[in-house]
Structures are given as C-alpha cells and as structure tokens.
Design a protein. Structure first.
Length: 82
C-alpha cells in the first residue's frame, strides 16, 4: 500500500501538466502549454521542440524522484540488481 502512495505524486503531477495544457488552450491563458500549441499550429519548430523538451525533462525528473521514493519506502527494491 505504501508503494502506491509513493508513486502517486509523479502520476498526479504528470496529469496536472496534461490538464494545464488543455485548460490553457481552451481558455486562451498565457502559459507554456498555449505557447507549445501555437508553435505547433504556426510550425515554429524551435519553440515547439523547446516546450516538448521542458515537459519531457519534467516528466523524467518526476520518474527519477518516484523511483528514489520507492527505494526509500521499501529497501528490498534494488534497481542495480539486474
């Protein structure tokens, strides 16, 4: 049960970023999601890849934090064993 709780923040924050992208586009709020959407529509590739890079980097960092929290919660989990 504690492992589920340890993995929840990474999933919740990733869904939060996805939801913020949709909300920014639907309500025309200024943010990184709307910037990426407008760059995609206008084919501005450097800006589009920059926003994708930032969101991917945030996702990877959250996965690393989630994996570290797994090992802190249950020391039997070892990612170096394989």
């Amino acid at each position: 049960m504690l492992l589920v709780i340890a993995g929840f923040p990474a999933t919740f924050i990733s869904m939060f970023f996805t939801g913020s992208l949709l909300i920014e586009v639907m309500f025309s709020l200024n943010g990184l999601g709307l910037l990426g959407y407008e760059a995609t529509v206008s084919r501005d590739y450097p800006v589009m890849f920059g926003t994708l890079y930032i969101f991917t980097l945030i996702g990877l960092l959250l996965n690393i934090v989630s994996d570290i929290s797994y090992t802190l919660v249950d020391p039997r989990i070892d990612f170096e064993g394989r």
